[in-house]
Write a protein that binds this ligand. Sequence first.
Ligand code: 13P
Length: 282
Amino acid sequence: MELVPSIELIREAYEKSYAIPSFCVWTSETIDLVLRTAEKLNAPVMLMAGPGEFLWHRPQQLLEMAKILGRDRRCRVAFHLDHGDSLELAEECIQAGFTSVMLDYSARSYEDNVAGMKKVAAMARPDGITVEGEIGHVGKANKNAAEGKGDSSLTEPETAERFCRETGIDMVAVSIGNAHGNYAKLPHFDFALLEALKKRLSIPLVLHGGSGTPPDDIHRAISLGIAKINVATEFITAIKNAYLVVWQGDVWVPSTLPAAMEAGEQVLEKWIRLAGCAGTVK
Ligand code: 13P
């Protein structure tokens, strides 16, 4: 396994019009599954974890697991802090050797967001670690609100340009009608907005809330500058649903792992193909 600076994978994808799927991982088996699938499909991928995943293992432990499990695998991967919620966590991940970090202050004021991102960029830069910021806010898919509205706010092109210039970040997460979690109804991406963002911003764009997005929207988003797509809910749900079937009665829990991993693998394969990165690792 080659642990690659995140921006190297993302830039290549951006220039060649495909995207890198970034998959949520939280245990050795989910890490292993992403690495196996990446190797099987000759696909560059990102593994990502954030506050919701560090409930048992610390960042350093997850990264070391990836290094051990990937030792004999032929794959190119990056390891990313997703939705970092404090400077301390960003620092912990930088020190652990993550290849990129996101600080998500997108729900705070513009000034707080810029100040936080500048601090993270200053910590990350000396080690060549890639930095992701978010401007506008990608909220949660919510059945009570139009998707991408609710607690979301769309990314405004002029503000986004200023944000990228002032912070010096390497990639930027945008809010164009996308949302995290299970969409209650299909999302409506504002492609005119995405096009305007692509024109104004010179860095790769990131799509959060990949789960549940129709394939045509993914292809169009990639053609308009999306070079990293975050996927969590679909992966986690497939594993959960498989466990719900096999965790019945007097089950020997370890014996249920293969069924859960097979279900998860199908989601990983789907997203690697959808992102267009299968076969790009030569
Ligand atoms: P989904 O859970 O909707 O796939 O979103 C994942 C994500 O954006 C994590 O940052």
